[in-house]
Ligand binder design. Structure first.
Ligand SMILES: [Zn+2]
Length: 81
């Protein structure tokens, strides 16, 4: 889904918006439609404003990987005995 990041030109409030069809971006803080579209969340992962999302993804992804590794280890261990 196309989630875009915007910054309000009126109050400098940054926000993210899921854009569906002809959705007009409006600032959730002051309702101004004079907003600047920033890069898409799906096409960039290095912006500092997105560090929190990335760290959450890493946290959960890492947990999954660790659990998967444990499961695989257990399976191998049981097989070897
Ligand atoms: Zn605003």
């Amino acid at each position: 889904m196309p989630i875009y990041e915007y910054e309000c030109r009126e109050c400098d409030h940054p926000f993210e918006l899921l854009v569906l069809g002809a959705t007009t971006a409006a600032c959730p803080a002051c309702e101004a439609t004079d907003v600047e579209k920033l890069v898409s969340l799906s096409s960039s992962s290095s912006d500092s404003s997105r560090r929190r999302n990335i760290s959450l993804a890493r946290k959960y992804g890492g947990k999954d990987e660790i659990e998967k590794a444990h499961a695989e280890h257990d399976a191998r261990h049981k097989h070897s005995h």
